[in-house]
Write a protein of this length. Structure first.
Length: 254
């Protein structure tokens, strides 16, 4: 009985040592190990063994992380106040640098994304922001990737999610779009009139050279008029027919 208590204590101490000495890391995880405060390297995946009370480990995920950048108040180059939010996709490539070079790489990447978003969009005009979003996204990605490279982080993509415009600016853009549609409609109508006049001129030239074509066109016009449901029918007479009646009247005069 006297040896029961020391044996129990030894068993609890052994379990404590084993629990602190064995770690299991998943395929997408790495463990950055510090031995007495000094960096011992990154280990994993699988089972790793630590020296109790000597080694300290910090888990780092290697999966792609999605960072939601909150809406930022931005004044564009043409002095328009807007709110813009974005999303950043990044992953840790070098776990040791992500732990050693920066205190909290998630918070640091978030703050860097916000300041870069305000800085870049403040140098572009509103029309470019709305029409060249892919180009701006690429520029943001390059800047963030270069800035986070010393931390062992790779920024793979940046997407501007939403651009909130003031009400007066939305109305101005709507009026501009409506005026643009009216301009295009007038241009298309003018081009159609030009093509039609050209074809009419060609048809008139052909008919002037072939009188039979005029008669055929006249008969076609009569057929089209006969299909109209109306109480009054205007029957056009060709000038040549009137000239024939005039010649007959002249012949009958004494």
């Amino acid at each position: 009985m006297a040896f029961g208590i020391p044996l129990g204590i030894l068993m609890v101490f052994a379990l404590f040592i084993a629990a602190n000495a064995i770690r299991v890391l998943r395929e997408y995880e790495r463990g950055v190990v510090f031995r007495l405060g000094r960096l011992a390297g990154a280990k994993g995946p699988g089972i790793i063994f630590l020296i109790p009370l000597v080694d300290r480990m910090q888990r780092v995920s290697l999966r792609t992380l999605v960072l939601d950048v909150p809406p930022q108040d931005i004044i564009t180059r043409d002095n328009v106040s807007i709110k813009v939010n974005a999303v950043v996709y990044f992953r840790v490539l070098q776990p040791t640098r992500a732990v050693v070079e920066v205190e909290d790489y998630l918070y640091a990447t978030s703050q860097l994304s916000q300041t870069t978003l305000r800085s870049v969009l403040g140098q572009v005009e509103l029309d470019d922001l709305l029409s060249q979003r892919d180009k701006i996204n690429k520029h943001l990605q390059e800047i963030l990737d270069t800035s986070t490279d010393p931390w062992g982080i790779k920024v793979s993509n940046v997407e501007i999610k939403q651009v909130d415009l003031p009400q007066e600016m939305q109305r101005a853009i709507a009026r501009q779009a409506e005026a643009e549609r009216e301009r295009r409609a007038k241009v298309i109508h003018a081009e159609g009139e030009l093509q039609a006049s050209s074809k009419l001129a060609e048809a008139a030239e052909v008919m002037s050279k072939t009188p039979q074509a005029i008669q055929l066109r006249y008969l076609q016009t009569l057929a089209d008029m006969a299909t109209e449901r109306t109480n009054m029918l205007v029957f056009p007479l060709p000038i040549e027919l009137l000239s024939a009646f005039k010649r007959i009247g002249d012949d009958r005069r004494p």
